[in-house]
Design a protein around this ligand. Sequence first.
Ligand SMILES: [Zn+2]
Ligand SMILES: [Zn+2]
Length: 140
Amino acid sequence: MPTYTGSCLCRNIQYELRLASPDDARTSLCHCRNCKKVFGANYGLTAKVAKDAFHLQAGKPKEHAADNGSGTLIYREFCDNCGSFILEYGEAAKDHSRYVCVGSLDDPEALPPKVEFFCKDRASWMPEIPDVAHKQEVKE
Ligand SMILES: [Zn+2]
Ligand SMILES: [Zn+2]
């Protein structure tokens, strides 16, 4: 079973993703305004994995919960020492999925993207990623 290790910048928080196959992770870019803010960049990059695939090995992230602007509560977990963003999940996904920040993986190229969300909010200077699905928002 492939295991992917990751951590925050200061390594107080360390985790493993245990997947039966790399196909069990769905990595996506998201260009929405919330992702720009929370990642401090022009898009967010997360890998959706089963909740049970995420194993915290060290440390305890700080949790921040906020409405995403359309009535959905989003939970985000950070290192309270160095500030690295580790993962997020929405209220509906709480019991089954985690969206892990791909840049926190020790090998950030291990899980390449399969889809781009919120292309309508793409930075004007950023080209489309070839050979992935493109959604204007989430569903279409
Ligand atoms: Zn840290
Ligand atoms: Zn987003």
